[in-house]
Design a protein around this ligand. Sequence first.
Ligand code: FAD
Length: 429
Amino acid sequence: MNIPRTSNPRIVIIGGGFAGIALARKLSKQEVQVVLLDRNNYHNFQPLLYQVSTGGLEPDSIAYPIRKILKNFPNFYFRLADVESIDSENNDLKTNIGTLSFDYLVVASGSKTNYFGNSEIEKHSMAMKTIPQSLDLRSLILENFEDALLTSDLNERNALMNFVIVGGGPTGVELAGALAEIKKGILPKDYPDLDTRMAQINLVQSSDCLLKGMSVEASEKAEEFLEKLGVIVWKNLRITNYDGTTATTNSELSFRTETLVWAAGVQGAIIKGLDDEAFVTRGNRILVNEYNQINGFENIFAIGDIACMVSDEFPAGFPMMAQPAIQQGQQLGDNMLRLLEDKPMKPFKYKDKGSMATIGRNKAVVDMKNFKFQGVFAWYVWMFVHLFFLIGFRNRMVVFVNWVYNYIRFDREARLIIRPYKKKLKENK
Ligand SMILES: Cc1cc2nc3c(=O)[nH]c(=O)nc-3n(C[C@H](O)[C@H](O)[C@H](O)COP(=O)(O)OP(=O)(O)OC[C@H]3O[C@@H](n4cnc5c(N)ncnc54)[C@H](O)[C@@H]3O)c2cc1C
């Protein structure tokens, strides 16, 4: 990989997500060599992916070059690489561009979509975990409306205009809200010769409430907001299969739809070599101790979504969200320096800063530790927090200007089919 061995210890980080970047920043000016590996050359701000899928933001405004984030750091190396396996006995790892040895390894590979073993759903549904996937979804939504204009078969037209979103967590709720806004504000203008009232947005949740990890108030209010927007919320209903045209459920109900978005679960993005059951726990996450060390290792750590740190308050590990990932990255940065100075490491303590979700224009729900609120003010808070955590001044400005423009004009101008999505090609693979 053309990375010189120096007298400084080499810390290899797999993944430039929230956790990996937070850690790299902490180590930026220290006497260590940091090598960051990621299969993408950008950091992806996943909480705003749904806005890319629905034409509210261009993809560039939620992505940021990893090299730029860390450009002023001495002793820092980035390599565009897909890590294939880890050899924990010999302290090296294999990637698609070669092998690399490490003194310390931090796995921050995040998570991937969990289809719970259903290969049919995996093959035919749309996921929204990466920027390319969000662009595919954006294209498919728009292509469906173009096709709906052309067909004279009413059943086919219904299927093209029927959207099924599986999973009533923040991703499903936010996507459903944004689609409902499109139906209301944009479709009638863009497609005057199509009866856009026929467009249906179905949100399917297997349990009895939306936004499960949040308060009852947030959950009930989110449902109320969605129903006011015309979203059909199905609770206690499970999608059991989807063949690309029909989604079956655990009841007699089925949906004919050309677009099923799977937002029903994530699992750790495990890498070979650490996939043994000695390391892996619920949801394919790697079990770590309070210092983020992986069981049995002094020099191998995991942080963020991939890491499962069990505590009394969080017996199943911290939620797979940005805050635990950022905080673990920062804390591990401090701990690694302590480790190198032969000082004892400090155990990780999670500071819960709350959670939030937005449901279309002017509506959001926010749960803070001692304070819960919903509605317009919550929506402003949601916007401010997301702008604050976006990486890069330009991105913040672009997103802010887009949001103001969209708000004033009731518009989403990025509704472009730049790269047509060929659903049939995916299905035939
Ligand atoms: C649609 C969506 C909406 C979300 N909304 C919210 C929200 O509103 N609030 C919130 O707090 N959280 C939200 N989350 C969750 C949040 O984004 C994650 O918890 C957070 O990204 C986890 O950070 P991470 O660093 O652990 O992993 P990630 O940010 O996923 O980063 C992992 C990185 O590792 C790289 N990688 C993985 N495997 C390999 C490999 N083998 N080789 C090389 N590179 C690899 C990936 O390319 C990626 O860059 C959302 C997630 C999604 C998908």
